[in-house]
Design a protein around this ligand. Structure first.
Ligand SMILES: C[S@@+](CC[C@H](N)C(=O)[O-])C[C@H]1O[C@@H](n2cnc3c(N)ncnc32)[C@H](O)[C@@H]1O
Length: 307
């Protein structure tokens, strides 16, 4: 495990709440620096198996050398397909630690951070073609408003979208520095907080994070065995709301604009939350790792299947 790559959040809690059988099969949907995967491998016995995913090729380069680990470079939205391909009928647990790693945030060339001097990129998967520059230069003004308000809870989303459309009509906005020139005059409140919200919104759009999360949740509920567990760490309220509703009733928030049940299907499973409230990091963990500040862990158990 490389803590310089990423310092894992709620490490013990995420893994220990998920593991129901030490010789079972588990999925870590978000390998990153392998912190959770390593702890999971340490928790399992020699019969245990971990199938891990990451769509970023840099994460895959740090594969832990352990015969019990299968590491795949793929979007986690395809876990159902991969599990079938690996001839695994059902799994004992699925965990996900959503968002980006510290490595991704700190790596200037990836363009996730507003302090980077690089192109507007923000792709976790560099084989994908849709970038932050495409969002900023090509999305309609009304769609930009939706992206900034839904994904970033940016208070002045309308003015921001208007300013972007005006600036790009002069010339395309291709670098983070050019983008900041356009955004700076609109900053409301704390600069870092505001920019973090704007960048988060664009990142979620570029990587279709909400679509991928919904696919992951639905597929996980399908591949979990009865008694198996889903353990999900989120870092912002939009993600947490989706996970909260899913672990309670197996559906997504019916009131939001993303309304749907499990992709229009009646869920063929029952999930029950393991804890009534989300598990939060201790004050001490937050002091040692600022990324833990907004973390929430929700765990569900599959209690029934109607297949
Ligand atoms: C917060 S980091 C995980 C850190 C990891 N738990 C650790 O201890 O090092 C999230 C990772 O998930 C990956 N990721 C995010 N969304 C993904 C998706 N839809 N499919 C596959 N990987 C994804 C990112 O590339 C990143 O490496």
């Amino acid at each position: 495990m490389t803590t310089s790559y990423h310092n894992p959040v709620l490490l013990r809690e995420t893994v220990e709440h998920m593991v129901v059988d030490k010789g079972g099969v588990y999925v870590d949907a978000t390998y990153g620096g392998g912190g959770h995967t390593q702890f999971l491998l340490d928790t399992l016995n020699e019969k245990g198996t971990v199938v891990a995913f990451d769509q970023d090729e840099d994460a895959i380069k740090n594969k832990i050398d352990d015969p019990r680990l299968i590491l795949l470079r793929s979007n986690f939205r395809y876990i159902g397909r991969f599990v079938k391909y690996l001839k695994i009928n059902e799994v004992d647990g699925v965990m996900a630690d959503l968002g980006v790693s510290s490595f991704q945030l700190d790596e200037d060339s990836k363009g996730f951070s507003f302090s980077a001097e690089s192109a507007l990129d923000m792709r976790m998967n560099t084989s994908a073609t849709y970038t932050a520059a495409d969002v900023v230069n090509n999305e309609h003004e009304a769609d930009l408003v939706g992206i900034f308000s839904a994904y970033g809870e940016v208070r002045n989303a309308k003015s921001l979208a208007r300013a972007i459309v005006k600036a790009r009509s002069q010339r395309p906005i291709t670098s983070i520095q050019e983008f900041l020139l356009c955004v700076e005059p609109l900053i409301m409140g704390n600069r870092s907080r505001y920019l973090a919200q704007v960048f988060q919104a664009i990142r979620i759009k570029v990587n279709d994070e909400i679509g991928a999360l919904k696919s992951l949740l639905t597929a996980s509920a399908q591949i979990l065995k009865v008694g198996g567990r889903l353990s999900v760490l989120t870092y912002h309220s939009l993600e947490d709301r989706i996970v909260k509703h899913f672990v309670k009733r197996g559906v997504f928030d019916p009131k939001s604009q993303f309304a749907s049940d499990a992709f229009g299907e009646v869920p063929r499973w029952c999930l029950e939350p393991v804890n009534r409230k989300p598990i939060l990091p201790s004050k001490e963990e937050i002091q040692n790792n600022s990324r833990a500040r907004s973390a929430k862990l929700r765990v569900a158990e599959k209690t029934r299947s109607y297949e």
